[in-house]
Design a protein around this ligand. Structure first.
Ligand SMILES: C[S@@+](CC[C@H](N)C(=O)[O-])C[C@H]1O[C@@H](n2cnc3c(N)ncnc32)[C@H](O)[C@@H]1O
Length: 284
């Protein structure tokens, strides 16, 4: 159980996100912490991404999920085979020729013959060296972010990898990789559930839904609202992040909606940043 008032005592500050992830919650952590329940029994996070919230809380047990199988494979390998992963990461180099060769792997028929360690190492390498550090796939599920031309990207952050590995080993973290709706039955009564879905677009050009093959549309936001209601009826405490827009405010009108400000990329290549308002929606 996490007692929110004493939570900093058992937190290892070296346990931080290993990957840069679109929509990452690092800079909203303070806001999120200030709206958490005082006590958290069973921690559940159904859209894990970079895991900023999980790693900031470091619960001793948790159910976590993301539809992106390559991402969940990265966490499982960090948990169980971090030394092999570090050895594999050492073979990469930061040249465009090498980058495109590694990026291409998911376009080849033998992609599935790569070991789980090689696949995890590939995702970390691409995340560190691609443009803007985004994970984005095209309609065929193929990674399609171009080379980033960074001078010396930190491909092997051994300290963070080992700290995260140590945390994942000593805690009871159950990983899933499926659509959020299938996990309804896995969430126990009285759990605390953090939901950070791909955001509903505030304008037609602002939508970023390329995390996985199928994107995330209005119907998915409605399905998620249904799950929110179902879990609320099961006495779960639920905190959800989303964009501050009419559609989301109307969908969750029966719950408390809190406006928070985040600094986000405001143009398509991520080079300009501005304050964007987002919402936190809670039922407790
Ligand atoms: C906004 S990101 C989460 C960011 C995360 N909180 C962080 O700090 O990095 C949304 C995540 O939802 C995942 N996702 C998209 N559709 C999903 C679905 N139907 N079920 C479960 N996860 C999904 C994406 O793969 C992505 O990692």
């Amino acid at each position: 159980m996490i007692n929110n008032k004493r939570k900093s005592i058992n937190i290892n500050p070296l346990v931080t996100p290993v990957l840069k992830w679109a929509g990452g919650k690092r800079q909203l952590i303070k806001d999120i912490h200030s709206y958490l329940p005082n006590e958290i029994k069973n921690y559940c996070e159904l859209f894990l991404g970079g895991g900023a919230v999980l790693f900031s809380l470091q619960p001793k047990q948790a159910i976590v999920n993301d539809i992106n199988e390559e991402l969940i494979n990265v966490y499982k390998i960090i948990q169980n085979q971090v030394d092999d992963l570090i050895i594999d990461l050492r073979r990469h180099n930061n040249s465009p020729e090498y980058f495109y060769k590694i990026r291409e792997a998911d376009r080849n028929a033998n992609f599935h013959s790569l070991s789980a360690v090689e696949r995890a190492s590939r995702i970390i390498y691409l995340n560190k060296t691609c443009y803007n550090g985004l994970f984005r796939v095209n309609s065929q599920g193929q990674f399609n972010v171009p080379f980033g031309s960074y001078k010396s990207p930190n491909i092997i952050n051994e300290t963070t990898l080992k700290a995260v590995s140590n945390y994942l080993q000593k805690s009871k973290i159950i990983f899933h990789s499926c659509d959020f709706e299938s996990l309804e039955k896995n969430v126990k009564k009285n759990s605390f559930v953090y939901l950070d879905p791909p955001y509903h677009p505030i304008s037609d050009s602002s939508s970023f839904t390329g995390y996985s093959l199928n994107g995330f549309n209005t119907h998915d936001q409605e399905r998620l609202k249904q799950l929110y209601d179902t879990l609320a009826k099961k006495s779960c405490k639920i905190l959800l992040s989303n964009s501050d827009c009419k559609f989301i405010r109307s969908l969750y009108k029966d719950y408390e909606i809190i406006k928070v400000e985040a600094s986000r990329a405001i143009n398509s290549n991520g080079s300009m940043r501005g304050k964007i308002s987002e919402v936190l929606i809670k039922n407790y």
